[in-house]
Design a binder for this molecule. Structure first.
Ligand code: SF4
Ligand code: SF4
Length: 219
């Protein structure tokens, strides 16, 4: 899936992080940036971090999506709000417990962050292999916090209802399985989990979708 240049290549940073963390767990503290950024950006731009800048999201789009079967779907359970919050509480409690027990050094703290990244990436990779590559993003705790932070839907994709032919190609292309076409009446894709990835914009045959209020193509 081609989205933008950041998304196309930033998965390499993720691989470098995994290697560095193996050599020295202190590098694990770098994961803190990937925990703060989606929430900080969420206040102003919704889940834009997840769709464009997240190294792990890029790994799912650019690597995981190329292996396994086509047309894999997100499991229904992962779309349930209660399940999403159960995952959030479980993982946050697990991390807090491990931070409490860890040696209070850069290596000790880094090892906890690194373990969390490896654990969640393992789960995300299994999910993404057998189901849709972005399945994990439905339950990612930082994505969940980004949804909460944006309070509504920040900078939604605009849908030109006059142009839209209701063909649903956009909906079929969305990695988060958002029913893009169903927002025709609203004129905006008011879905809090929209990653601002632009895939639906690229897929629309009549250019009815765009970012912002002007008619533009995806970044
Ligand atoms: S792909 Fe374009 S024309 Fe088709 S339903 Fe979506 S917005 Fe409408
Ligand atoms: S609605 Fe469009 S921009 Fe939002 S996640 Fe789906 S494909 Fe990406």
């Amino acid at each position: 899936m081609k989205i933008n240049n950041f998304n196309r290549w930033i998965w390499l940073l993720f691989i470098i992080f995994l290697i560095l963390g193996l050599m020295n767990p202190a590098f694990g503290v770098m994961a803190g940036a990937c925990m703060v950024s989606p929430v900080a950006m969420g206040f102003f731009k919704g889940r834009i971090w997840c769709g464009r800048y997240c190294p792990r999201g890029s790994f799912y789009d650019q690597v995981l999506a190329r292996v396994g079967k086509k047309n894999r779907r997100i499991p229904v359970l992962l779309k349930r709000a209660w399940f999403r919050w159960a995952v959030f509480v479980s993982l946050m409690a697990f991390m807090a417990y491990n931070l409490f027990r860890a040696e209070k050094t850069l290596t000790g703290i880094g090892a906890v962050f690194y373990t969390m990244v490896v654990l969640t990436t393992f789960i995300g990779t299994i999910l993404g292999y057998f189901f849709s590559p972005r399945s994990w993003c439905k339950i990612c705790p930082m994505g969940t916090l980004a949804v909460v932070a944006q309070r509504g839907v920040k900078e939604p994709v605009t849908l030109d209802s006059g142009r839209c032919k209701s063909c649903r190609i956009c909906t079929r292309s969305c990695p988060m399985e958002i029913l893009v076409h169903s927002f025709k009446e609203d004129g905006k894709v008011l879905a809090p989990d929209c990653l601002k990835c632009g895939v639906c914009i690229q897929s629309c045959p009549v250019k009815a979708l765009h970012f912002g209020t002007g008619r533009k193509n995806a970044a």
